[in-house]
Structures are given as structure tokens and as C-alpha cells.
Design a protein around this ligand. Structure first.
Ligand code: SF4
Length: 530
């Protein structure tokens, strides 16, 4: 069974398994969630020694993985691109450690923002930390590169970032598995000084990371994932592609009169010599890269000759959203393909909405009723299904920033003098990073009400278990310093609407910090249990 039809996320997970992975940690986030889910299933069915767990957030996941590496085993940590913002402190500093067991961060970007609040490009993070980044263009490379990532992590003693994008994470293709490696145990790291980020040691480790850059460049230059094909008979332009941009270019080759020279980049730091070679063979360069114009920005500083470079920066390639085989055609001088017409009928718009019977609907209904009589109020919110409470007919929330921000923002708004400030957050997001905002608010007994919408799961990403079960969230809230007199639990059902509205009203009118835990399981959890 060497040939397998798998998702891009699953190809990456298999690459990690076959590289001798011991432990994987992660926080659910589209489009990365399926990596840990695949590992958990694999562990249950084939390898009970493989540990794959969800954690409170991406930072704790990353720190756990660093601990596995220190202990001498191979570790994978998974997250979506914005999750890397949360893990960034541990991630960037870990580049200065003497990585022991191979440490690979699988980060899935979401160009086009299918399920994210931005389309940031994780290659910048790898560059910022000064480490190697691998960017597969297909499922086979997701498998092969992940295997290789563990090897180079141990060779260079650095964490390695493997970047996927939604279109690869969530599409299926056949991959060929290679001979699996056994789990390795390098033993606990022997050099304690390489594992302590004390300023005096970090200065030394930073210097050594800078000195290592030439070896990373050498590796990138030699890597077969960075492939240069020169066609010296056609000099009008050459193409640099990265990630899925390489596939979209190939899909259009048959429509071109001449095939231009192409450099495809899958390994970073960028292969400068290969870029120079391409530049010396062409009159201009077109850059087709998925994500931000990362390579495009670097080219002018790499080349000693002045050469026109076209791409996202001048709008030759669409600067935002996903690339497609069609939208890169104009950059290659090809006419747009005629769009296909499927129907003459105008279909009605179908905005996303909360499921019929969702507990959040009942919470927002009670909240809307509670604030209806107030002359002013603010309702902040957070990342989860309940973000759909922003849309009509509920139109219950006003803000959405990042995981956990609802709590801190409510505190800020209240301390800025606004009245009747309410924060709404789900149980998993509260445990992820809302909890620290609550500790802040409790320290000053801020006049605000936090509603924790506890549906007993991480619903939006596919019903992963939350790391603390519902009954214990109450204990955590009390431990944060919230007064027991102003911690209320409500059962959100349509029949309780009047009672729940009254409780929310009362707590909003209290001049201090209050917390309401709105309890009812996501209807899909109930279905699962049945
Ligand atoms: S998945 Fe669950 S929590 Fe999310 S909208 Fe549907 S019922 Fe509500």
C-alpha cells in the first residue's frame, strides 16, 4: 500500500510519521486541522506510541514540541497561519536553541481568506527567525519535504517550517510512500548552554545562527526542490514560481508560443545563484508566487544588473486572494479564458449562518433583548461559529479581531468610559487566550460582562474536544479572580429566554466584572453522541 490518495494535510502527517515522529501538538485551525486529526487516527489504529494532542493554543503547542526536541525525539507542531502569531515568541526564540530531536512546524496559510481574518504569508516568519522554510507545490512534495524537514532540522539544529496553503491542504491526490524510518531517540540534549535564552548566551547563539546562514543558502542552492530550467533560445522573459504558482504556470504552458525559462522555488532562503542564472538568460522576470510578494521583493537586492521584475507589486499578478490557472494568464501575455456560463438564473445570495437550533442563537437573542432598552452598549466578540452573530437577523456583535481579543477589547472600551460593555467568546477560544484578558479584568474589577458561550466543543473547526470540559470552566473563571456573586450559569434554550434575558440585564447593570457561562452543547455534538 505505497500509493495513497490523501489530503495535502494528510500527506504532511504521513511524511512526519514516516520520518519517525514521536509527538505532535497543535491547535485546530482551518486549513491545518486535518494534520493532527490524521495523526490521532493513525495512532489509534496503527501506532499507540505515537502521541498526537490538541493543546490550549498554538504557543503551548509549540512549547510542548520544543520540549520533545530537548528530550531527544522528533516533534511536529501544527497551526494555521494566524496561529503562528500566537506561537511567535516561542517560535522565533527557538531558532537560537540547539535543536536536538527534529522540530518541524507545519503552518497552513489561507490566501483568499476562506476561513481566516487575513492572508499573511508564513515565509516571512521563517525569514524573520532566520531558519529554513519548505513550501510544497503538490501532495508528493508535502510528504517528501516533511520527511526531509526532520532530517535538516537535526542536521542544522534548527526548527524547520513547512508551509502549506488551503488549496493544497484540502485537495486530494495520490502520493507514494517511501520506506518509513523508525522513531529515533537522540537522548536529552547534552549542551545546556544551547538551550537557555539568557542574553549572554543568546548573543552567542544569534551570532552562530547568522554564521549558519551560508550553509542554509548552500542547502537551498543544491536542493532539487529549487529547479531551474533554462530555454536559451527564448530570452524575452523568464518566470519565477513558488508554491502552487508553479502548477498554475505549468497549466498554461501549452498555450504559450515559446516556453520561457523557469525557476521554481520550494526551499528558502531563496537560491540566489539560481536567480542570478535565470536573470542572466532573460530580458525580464515575471514572478508568480502564492502569498505575499516575498521573492519578488528580494530580487532587486540579489541582482547586480538592473532587470525589470513584474509580479504582485506592479499588479501584473493579482496582489491579493488565491492565484488560479486563469488569473495568472495575463501575466504570461495570454488572453483570459472565456468564462463558462452554468445557468441563466440568478441565484439568491446565501450568506453563512448559524445552524438551525444552534445554542448561540439563543444566547444572542437573550443578549439582544437585554441590551435593547439601553441608550448605549458595546458587544465585542471573537473567533468561532458565533462570529456569525454579526450578521442579520441577529446583528448582535460589533467587533472581531483575533483569538481572545473580545475580553481585552471589552476591558479597554469600559476603561475608556463606555457603559454596558459585554464580551462574547466561546469556550475553546476562552481557554485559548481569553483567559488572560479575564485575569486582567479581574485585577481591576473592570465594569464589564463576559459571556462565555460554552457549547462543549471546538465547533467551527470540526468538533475537536476542548482541553477543559464544561463543568470545570466555572472553576477556572473563579480562579481568575471573578467574584462568585457575579458568576452566573444559564442554560440557553428558547424556553429560558425570558429568564436568561433578566440574568444578562442584571449582570450588565452591575458596576464591576461579571461572567455568565451560557451552557448548551453544539447540536452536532448531541448528534455525535447519539
Ligand atoms: S456547528 Fe454547532 S456551534 Fe457551530 S453554528 Fe452549528 S450548532 Fe452552532
Amino acid at each position: 500500500m505505497n500509493d495513497l490518495l490523501v489530503l495535502g494535510d494528510e500527506a504532511l502527517a504521513l511524511g512526519a510519521i514516516d520520518a519517525g515522529l514521536s509527538v505532535a501538538y497543535g491547535y485546530p485551525g482551518t486549513p491545518s486541522t486535518e494534520i493532527i486529526e490524521y495523526l490521532q487516527k493513525y495512532s489509534q489504529e496503527h501506532d499507540p506510541d505515537l502521541i498526537a494532542r490538541w493543546c490550549a493554543n498554538e504557543k503551548t503547542s509549540y512549547e510542548g514540541a520544543v520540549g520533545v526536541s530537548y528530550a531527544g525525539k522528533r516533534a511536529l507542531v501544527t497551526m494555521k497561519h494566524v496561529g503562528l502569531n500566537v506561537a511567535a515568541d516561542a517560535f522565533v526564540n527557538s531558532a537560537l536553541l540547539e535543536i536536538n530531536g527534529g522540530l518541524v512546524a507545519a503552518v497552513c496559510d489561507d490566501p483568499g481568506m476562506h476561513s481566516s481574518q487575513n492572508e499573511q504569508d508564513s515565509r516571512f516568519y521563517a525569514d524573520f527567525a532566520g531558519i529554513i522554510c519548505l513550501e510544497p507545490k503538490n501532495h508528493q512534495e508535502a510528504y517528501d519535504m516533511t520527511r526531509e524537514a526532520f532530517a535538516i532540522s537535526e542536521k542544522f539544529k534548527i526548527p524547520v517550517l513547512v508551509k502549506l496553503v488551503t488549496r493544497l491542504s484540502h485537495s486530494r491526490a495520490v502520493i507514494k510512500r517511501a520506506e518509513p524510518l523508525k522513531k529515533t531517540d537522540n537522548g536529552k540534549a547534552s549542551d545546556r548552554l544551547g538551550w537557555m535564552a539568557l542574553p549572554s548566551l543568546s548573543r552567542k547563539n544569534w551570532q552562530s545562527l547568522l554564521e549558519q546562514q551560508k550553509y542554509f543558502k548552500e542547502y537551498s542552492e543544491k536542493s532539487s526542490f529549487n529547479s531551474l530550467i533554462l530555454h536559451k533560445d527564448f530570452r524575452e522573459y523568464g518566470v519565477i514560481t513558488t508554491g502552487l504558482g508553479g502548477n498554475y504556470f505549468r497549466e498554461n504552458i501549452s498555450d504559450l508560443d515559446y516556453v520561457p525559462s523557469q525557476l521554481h522555488i520550494g526551499v528558502y532562503p531563496v537560491p540566489e545563484e539560481k536567480i542570478k542564472k535565470l536573470a542572466s538568460a532573460v530580458k525580464k522576470i515575471i514572478v508568480i508566487e502564492e502569498g505575499y510578494p516575498f521573492v519578488e521583493r528580494m530580487i532587486t537586492s540579489i541582482l547586480s544588473i538592473s532587470l525589470p521584475v513584474h509580479g504582485k507589486l506592479d499588479g501584473t499578478v493579482p496582489p491579493s486572494g488565491e492565484l488560479t490557472p486563469d488569473n495568472v494568464r495575463p501575466a504570461l501575455g495570454l488572453a483570459k479564458r472565456a468564462s463558462q456560463k452554468f445557468s441563466d438564473e440568478t441565484l439568491p445570495g446565501r450568506p453563512p449562518q448559524l445552524c438551525q437550533g444552534c445554542p448561540h442563537t439563543d444566547t444572542f437573542t437573550a443578549l439582544n433583548n437585554a441590551v435593547a432598552h439601553l441608550s448605549e452598549h458595546i458587544v465585542t466578540s471573537d473567533i468561532g461559529c458565533y462570529a456569525l452573530g454579526a450578521l442579520p437577523p441577529l446583528s448582535a456583535i460589533e467587533t472581531l479581531l483575533c483569538m481572545g481579543a473580545s475580553v481585552g477589547m471589552a476591558r479597554g472600551a469600559s476603561e475608556a468610559g463606555r457603559k454596558n460593555v459585554v464580551a462574547t467568546i466561546g469556550d475553546s477560544t476562552f481557554l485559548h487566550s481569553g483567559i488572560t484578558g479575564l485575569i486582567d479584568a479581574a485585577s481591576t474589577n473592570t465594569d464589564m460582562t463576559l459571556i462565555i458561550m460554552d457549547n462543549s466543543t471546538t465547533a467551527m473547526t470540526g468538533m475537536q474536544d476542548t482541553i477543559v470540559s464544561s463543568p470545570r470552566i466555572k472553576e477556572i473563571v473563579l480562579a481568575c479572580g471573578v467574584s462568585p456573586d457575579h458568576l452566573k450559569e444559564i442554560k440557553v434554550l428558547p424556553k429560558n429566554d425570558k429568564e436568561n434575558t433578566e440574568i444578562i440585564k442584571q449582570e450588565i447593570s452591575y458596576h464591576g466584572l461579571s461572567v455568565i457561562i451560557a451552557l448548551r452543547e453544539c447540536i452536532h455534538i448531541i448528534g455525535k453522541k447519539k
